[in-house]
Design a protein around this ligand. Sequence first.
Ligand SMILES: C[S@@+](CC[C@H](N)C(=O)[O-])C[C@H]1O[C@@H](n2cnc3c(N)ncnc32)[C@H](O)[C@@H]1O
Length: 259
Amino acid sequence: MVRYFFTRTARMPGFEVEHNQFLRTTRTVFVNIKYRGFVLTILGIIARASSKLQLPIMQKFMFQEHGSEYSGLDTGGIVEVQNLDLPKEKQKTATRYEAASEYEFRDVLERLKVQYDQYNFIDYGSGKGAILAAAATYPFKSVVGVEHSFMLHEIATENIIKMKRRNSVVANVLHSVHGDATTYELPSEPHIIYLFNSFGADILKDVTDKITHDLADVHEPIFFLYNNPMHHAVLDDNDKFHRISSPFGGKWMVYTVNP
Ligand SMILES: C[S@@+](CC[C@H](N)C(=O)[O-])C[C@H]1O[C@@H](n2cnc3c(N)ncnc32)[C@H](O)[C@@H]1O
């Protein structure tokens, strides 16, 4: 029991990525306090505990692990891989669509302490655009998502139109691109690169090779934020990637890239 609480592996058959569940939960609680406030977080914890005890009271306060409860955008739900409109050879290695936690993302991003207006932000496998929507509230030079499913790319595009109509976009440029992460050309400028375990090790290897090739002339620091880092061995084995931290008890890994 004690061992379970302090070390737990990610739930993907065949892969063992250790998370420290205790650190992860502690950090999640702090992040919720930071972005939702103390009272709502406590109510959220009570709601969560009561749901686990099969006494579902106060469920409206339940905090969401995925997506944002406030954005009003269509980013929720899960789309299993077999229901994604991806080419057959890419479907084998792709992961299902589900949005990441906006609060965890904001926390990891803000800890970099960079000048956002010097950076382009890219999400490889951006889905319906939940993280694009969060990133676009920072003054990045550009926020771009690359998504291989046309169906999800179209939903992201609708979400972006809604955000622009509401004037909630702070970044200079915001768009979703329909395409394969392995072939997307990065402009030769400083980047913050984000990935939520969108694909397997083979595709990740191709993507990292493309990143170091396209950004070879960039001398400013480049960051790679890896959420649910199932294939971190690909980055650990690449001498151009240097791990600088493992926030959320290993659930996120942050690297700098020296192409
Ligand atoms: C777990 S979702 C991530 C969603 C979003 N990035 C977030 O953090 O909320 C992974 C996404 O990667 C996409 N994907 C898988 N393989 C891809 C590829 N080769 N190129 C671009 N997108 C891909 C899937 O269609 C899916 O929408």
